[in-house]
Design a protein around this ligand. Sequence first.
Ligand SMILES: NC(=O)C1=CN([C@@H]2O[C@H](COP(=O)(O)OP(=O)(O)OC[C@H]3O[C@@H](n4cnc5c(N)ncnc54)[C@H](OP(=O)(O)O)[C@@H]3O)[C@@H](O)[C@H]2O)C=CC1
Ligand SMILES: CC(=O)N[C@@H](CCC(=O)OP(=O)(O)O)C(=O)O
Length: 308
Amino acid sequence: MAIRLFIDGAAGTTGLEIRERLQGRSEFEPIVLDDTQRKDESARRDALHAADIAILCLPDEAAKEAVKLAEGSDTRIIDASSAHRVAEGWTYGFPELIGHEAIASARFVSNPGCYPTGFLALVAPLVRAGLLPADWPYTVNAVSGYSGGGNALIARFEAEGAPAFRAYGYDMAHKHLPEMKRHAGLQHDVIFAPAVVPAYRGMVVEVPLHLGAMTGDPTAGRLHDALAAFYTGSAVVSVLSGAAPGELLLERSAEPCDSMQLHVFGNEGGWHARLVAVLDNLGKGASGAAIQNLNIMCGLPEATGLRL
Ligand SMILES: NC(=O)C1=CN([C@@H]2O[C@H](COP(=O)(O)OP(=O)(O)OC[C@H]3O[C@@H](n4cnc5c(N)ncnc54)[C@H](OP(=O)(O)O)[C@@H]3O)[C@@H](O)[C@H]2O)C=CC1
Ligand SMILES: CC(=O)N[C@@H](CCC(=O)OP(=O)(O)O)C(=O)O
């Protein structure tokens, strides 16, 4: 029997891409609310109760409300918002870090944030392995395509007079800080410096490191090898080797992509390293990750329907 699937927020940026990627997947029977019903509380409650699995592609407050509306049902929920990423009772939907089994058996799965996906992929395995310190003051520099800000930022960047570069997060209280700290096992919040450029999708997340100031001799080569070993066999994450490229580009017209590439660049003396993750904010950063989690929760191959 097909799995009844409801996407709450299916008209938004993340929701639309999930719908599109699931087209033709006969394992799923979509429950769809039309434009007049999609924000109607009672229609949403009915859909949430009728579904086997619901994917929430909503702002945080609406996602919390959806979880309340689903009370009294057995519906399993994947939440793409940041409402439940460090919440009790929720499984963090990063299979490469948390383990596929934990997600396969979870009722409530919180999809990781787009920027934290890059940061955690780079840093969490290295902290766990004891190669990077948990008490280090980490910095994260990142650039995102403007679809990362959903419909509102898309409208702003597609309007006349859109900025050429938008840096933000200067209050140093970005909503991603708690999830980066928690799931990397860090003692301090990171300093997070995000920015948006006029490309629709794609992101580069970088963690610069003064390796020479750390104890334990964590060379760039060791960090690379540890990450390569950690992601061996991954369907989604790859660790690139070889000489550093002259440049890394976000193309304005990049195609949707659900894979993530990790790089470890080191200087000649071995004192400095730049850990870099390249991903699609709407791929492994959102919609692709939601489908990966959906597949795992349904006992299906994780890469089904992914654009790798
Ligand atoms: N865009 C991205 O790259 C990423 C997004 N996310 C997360 O995914 C979630 C969705 O983001 P995104 O798709 O970008 O946002 P969008 O703003 O593009 O879409 C949100 C959708 O939710 C709808 N909505 C708002 N309130 C309600 C409500 N009460 N009931 C039903 N529908 C409602 C909106 O409708 P309307 O427009 O009519 O208000 C809109 O269609 C967010 O929490 C975001 O943090 C996660 C990772 C990356
Ligand atoms: C470019 C941009 O605005 N990005 C968003 C992050 C993406 C998002 O809202 O979703 P997640 O938190 O679920 O990743 C921001 O910085 O708030």
